[in-house]
Design a protein around this ligand. Structure first.
Ligand SMILES: C[S@@+](CC[C@H](N)C(=O)[O-])C[C@H]1O[C@@H](n2cnc3c(N)ncnc32)[C@H](O)[C@@H]1O
Length: 242
């Protein structure tokens, strides 16, 4: 199985755990609402949500911007089934697509004013990352924005390993973690480790300017503490195609 097939299988397996209509985790209170506020501020007319999952953020964007045309794409057909079922039940006009977000060939150049990606870009393999950002840039109009909800990569490394040793050397490796819901239930999440320097270099190589970068939250219970609940701060990126 390729890594993408593994990611699809993970989210197909766990799709029922992601199904939600109200905040369920720390990220639902911190990074996702911050992204939606930023989208509202930009007031874009055509939006594509990359790695939209079961559509939680996509629906929040549609609520905030009811006149906009909103698309979502995800690699997991099971996550999308939930998204489509919710759309049928409460129609907001969201158009969902099944596919890998590294290939946006179904969309013409300069289709969208704004792209969003809520906690999905850390699944992009290191070797595909520049091309992913180039593809994102291609479907954006000149001057368009890419709003990314990400995790602080150095804090995540530090929390998981207890030091910054190996932070650079382990770039490209896949790590499997658990996040905890406010209900106490645990849920598997993965990330492909990169340094912040590499990530931002790749964004810039693809033609984006980082016009805003905001850290949200503090590290929770770093390594060695007895509580099993751990969490890294989030990072809100606003990129512009310049
Ligand atoms: C942590 S979930 C976030 C889902 C949604 N954005 C949210 O905020 O609820 C990550 C999502 O990214 C999707 N994903 C990961 N890699 C992908 C890829 N290469 N192409 C499309 N979707 C991908 C997964 O299937 C999953 O639905």
């Amino acid at each position: 199985m390729t890594l993408y097939e593994d990611i699809q299988a993970l989210y197909n397996r766990d799709s029922h755990l992601w199904d939600r209509n109200k905040p369920k985790s720390r990220s639902d209170f911190l990074i996702r609402p911050a992204m939606v506020d930023m989208m509202l501020h930009l007031n874009s007319k055509n939006i594509l949500d990359l790695g939209c999952g079961e559509g939680y953020v996509t629906r929040l964007i549609a609520n905030a911007l009811p006149k906009s045309e909103i698309h979502g794409i995800d690699i997991s057909d099971k996550m999308l089934s939930i998204a489509k079922r919710k759309e049928e039940k409460n129609q907001q006009g969201i158009i969902y697509h099944h596919g890998n977000m590294i290939d946006l060939s179904r969309f013409e150049d300069a289709t969208f004013d704004t792209l969003s990606a809520a906690l999905s870009t850390h699944y992009i393999p290191l070797k595909h990352e520049v091309n992913f950002y180039k593809e994102a840039s291609r479907v954006l109009k000149q001057g368009g924005y890419f709003i990314i909800g990400a995790i602080s990569l150095e804090a995540l490394w530090n929390i998981n390993t207890g030091s910054m040793k190996g932070y650079k050397e382990n770039e490209g490796k896949l790590f499997k973690n658990k996040i905890e819901r406010i209900s106490g239930k645990k849920q598997e999440v993965w990330h492909i480790h990169k340094t912040t320097e590499t990530l931002e270099k790749h964004m810039q190589e693809a033609g984006f300017t980082i016009i805003e970068k905001a850290k949200l939250g503090e590290p929770i219970n770093p390594y060695n503490e007895t509580s099993p609940i751990k969490g890294a701060p989030y990072v809100l990126y606003v990129l512009q195609k310049t």
